[in-house]
Write a new protein. Structure first.
Length: 131
């Protein structure tokens, strides 16, 4: 596990496994597992650090060749970003949109993402009218 001060290296590692393609699919899955665990369990992360991890996860889910188990990894990433959006993590809505637009995300998950984005947009419009 990487120490907290090494969090920016996750972004670099993601770029390496994405560029490597199928030859590093097992590594891509392991990296996704580690980042998912860190994002879910590290309660000392700042919002910007959490967003860094979520961006890494979205990149893995949408651009990396994940091989066997890809569906499960993508499902977990979608869940993590949905949770972040529900907690109002800044930038999470944009990541939801990125996931929803990706053809590698299973259709049922894209549908769920689109519904959340629509509900969020309606809630924002309602709040703006009340202000």
């Amino acid at each position: 596990a990487l120490r907290k001060d090494y969090l920016p290296t996750y972004a670099a590692l993601v770029e390496v496994v994405v560029a490597a393609g199928t030859e590093m699919s097992a590594t891509a899955r392991e990296l996704a597992d580690e980042v998912l665990t860190r994002e879910a369990t590290d309660r000392q992360l700042t919002e910007s650090e959490r967003l860094l991890l979520l961006r890494a996860l979205v990149a893995l889910a949408t651009r990396a060749k994940l091989g066997r188990g890809a569906g499960r990894v993508r499902e977990r990433v979608v869940g993590a970003v949905l949770d972040a959006e529900a907690r109002d993590v800044e930038g999470a809505a944009g990541l939801l949109a990125e996931l929803a637009a990706s053809s590698v995300i299973p259709a049922r998950l894209r549908k769920r993402l689109a519904a959340r984005l629509e509900a969020s947009a309606k809630a924002q419009a309602h709040r703006a009218q009340g202000a």
